[in-house]
Write a protein that binds this ligand. Structure first.
Ligand SMILES: Nc1ncnc2c1ncn2[C@@H]1O[C@H](COP(=O)(O)OP(=O)(O)OP(=O)(O)O)[C@@H](O)[C@H]1O
Length: 256
């Protein structure tokens, strides 16, 4: 789905975050994200990408401007289980099985056990880990642990999935495999919006319907690059002149 077909899910207007120590992390950010979009955020270290995500997730409060998720506050959206977060570190409980880790968000909400299990098995099927329900995290590779984290985020069927450099610690082959799997999942979970932070311009172009380029501190949106290339995308896109064209556009925007 392309940007212009979507309806607003996240709306930021003149969003600002000044931390108590006086650091202006984000100032004057305007951005609308539609339902079903896949938007990557790129920008230099410290430009406020994670801060924006934390505000969307309700973990940090904006100090200025507006931030709405489906017309609600982030706090309200979080209560409705509309938002899920995946970090670079997998954050799995080491003593719990894959299944228990994935069921955790539902257990915390006291969802009945059979429902929890069914939802967890569905999410694990989506990430290709149906054979590992009883495994412990230490028995899994880095890529598999990340898949479990993604399954745990998907188990609540969120409308908005926030991913903060999820593949940053993985080798290139695993990273490309997971990019492909993530796109497949996103297309299956119709209407789910993904916001994804990366330092990798190639990854941003491959995944996105739009790439948001940010300036150094205080973070602002300096450019938004549409990637109007239809899905499904595969390795032929990665090696196409079109891909090089969009990588060039984003790289140029990063330098300004
Ligand atoms: N809790 C905090 N208190 C004070 N300053 C903070 C806090 N969290 C982040 N910052 C500062 O806010 C700015 C933006 O940080 P943020 O982590 O959002 O950037 P980022 O773009 O995600 O960086 P990176 O790409 O390195 O992860 C940085 O200067 C950082 O030092």
């Amino acid at each position: 789905m392309l940007a212009e077909q979507a309806t607003a899910l996240v709306n930021m207007e003149q969003l600002e975050k000044v931390y108590p120590n006086g650091t202006i992390a984000v100032r004057g950010v305007d951005l609308e994200a539609g339902a079903g979009e896949f938007i990557c955020f790129v920008g230099p270290s410290g430009c406020g990408k994670s801060t924006i995500f934390k505000m969307i997730a309700g973990l940090e409060q904006p100090t200025g401007g507006q931030l709405e998720i489906f017309g609600n506050s982030p706090h309200e959206a979080r209560k409705q289980n509309e938002i899920a977060f995946v970090f670079q570190e997998h954050t799995l409980l080491p003593w719990s099985t894959v299944e228990a880790n994935v069921m955790l968000p539902l257990a915390l909400r006291k969802v009945p056990k059979p429902e929890r299990r069914e939802a967890a098995h569905r999410a694990l099927r989506l990430v290709g880990l149906s054979d590992y329900v009883k495994a412990l995290p230490r028995e899994l590779s880095g890529g598999m642990k990340m898949r479990v984290s993604i399954a745990r985020a998907l188990v609540s069927r969120p409308k908005l999935l926030l991913m903060d450099e999820p593949f940053g610690a993985l080798d290139e082959i695993t990273r490309q495999t997971l990019q492909q799997e993530l796109l497949n999942i996103w297309r299956q979970e119709e209407g789910m919006t993904v916001l994804f932070i990366t330092h990798n311009v190639f990854e941003a172009v491959y995944l996105s319907t739009r790439v948001v380029v940010m300036t150094p501190r205080p973070g602002k949106v300096s450019a938004v690059v549409d990637i109007p290339v239809p899905f499904p995308r595969d390795d032929t896109f990665r090696t196409s002149p079109e891909f090089g064209h969009y990588v060039g556009l984003v790289s140029q925007a990063l330098k300004h």
